[in-house]
Design a protein around this ligand. Sequence first.
Ligand SMILES: *Cc1c(COP(=O)(O)O)cnc(C)c1O
Length: 448
Amino acid sequence: MTDTLATSSSVASARSSRLVTAIPGPKSEALHKRRIATVSEGVAATFPVYAESAHDATIIDVDGNEFLDLTGGIGVMTIGHTNEAVVAAVADQAEKVTHTLFAVAGYEPYIRVCELLAEHTPGTFAKKSVLVNSGAEALENAVKIARKHTGRTEVAVLHHGYHGRTNLTSAMNYNMHPYGTGFGPLAGSVHHAPNSSPFHDGLTGKEAAERTIAYLEKRVGASQIACLVVEPIQGEGGFIIPAEGYLPALLAWCHDNGIVYVSDEVQSGMARTGAYFASEHFGIEPDMVTSAKGIGGGMPIAAVTGRAEIMDASHPGGLGGTFGGNPVACAAVVAVFDEVKKKSLLKEADRVGAALTRGLNGLKDCFSHVADVRGIGAMVAIEFCDPETGKPAPEVAKAIQTYALHQGVLILTAGTFGNVLRFLPALVITDEQVDEAVAVMADALETL
Ligand SMILES: *Cc1c(COP(=O)(O)O)cnc(C)c1O
């Protein structure tokens, strides 16, 4: 224990030497002043630093401070910041055509992205896609399509889920605050059912599925439900991994009752978990998959991919939008798929996940506030609870996040109670960088 900490301190001071000013530095502070004068306060400011450039798993701020980035822009930079292939594809496409509106004059990259999504989402059945601009917009469209396909109105979601910040998706989120507070009336016909979280509820997958299904059958009625929308691993909810058998049981129930099963893979998709899509780990083939975050390598793009007969439910003109499937963003997606294959990033996700899990379990052995370490591939979280009461300890997560910032390490919190730290680093992060981050966390816990 003492040995571990001695090593960790020296690693930590190596890290802090990459900081050249106090955090925030003067240029970040000046930008922050301008921001306060002109940017809506509705937009959160997690860290007080402003990025100048970034590469792979590091970000350099406007003051020249270098940060190890374990947030990956909330799981967007899966292939790493400024990946050379993505940068080249974007530059190349920008010189050819940046916009026509796909519905007006089509272009190849949009079609290529739909082909790649059909090929890499779970299931070998015929699939089609629609491309949009954000995760929330993908969820909006998934619900629209499911309603049109089934002729039903009701939408089922799970406790601790997160699906976006539009009116409908705010209604689909578990946490009213900050997503819905004062913004109502939120969309109706959304029903929140209990989820599966073995660490918290102690239920088997079968028991948890029975609870979810019983709730929906009583409260809504299976015949009224257009779709069930489920994150295979709940992201904002704190990387909650459902018990074995839970998702297959929900999928079987959906199919028995004509309900469209939508897997929200906006956070868990695109190589993050060591599979193209996390649904694969649970042996399920969803009717529809929503993807966004990681697919564009930093460009804003999202998709709904699903069974062809469901995706064709909409009449022409019912889906789309001005910017949906922008050619530059599509070119980036094609490059991302290419890079995942070329750099064996599915395997790299397992490597990064193993390094993180090993380090975090080391913290669990030393510090009683660490209640759980969990994850699949490079989607890993650590949960903090009070060792005496077992209650969530968000103050510990927050304190580590703040300490780490001042050591040049960016880490995100998560969880309905804010007591989880989640790791979504670029899959090109090195084991040494992961060890540095864990060492900084050890120092933070030691100083608490
Ligand atoms: C981030 C996220 C969304 C919303 O995506 P945006 O691009 O922010 O609109 C939806 N679902 C999940 C699971 C997410 O993690």
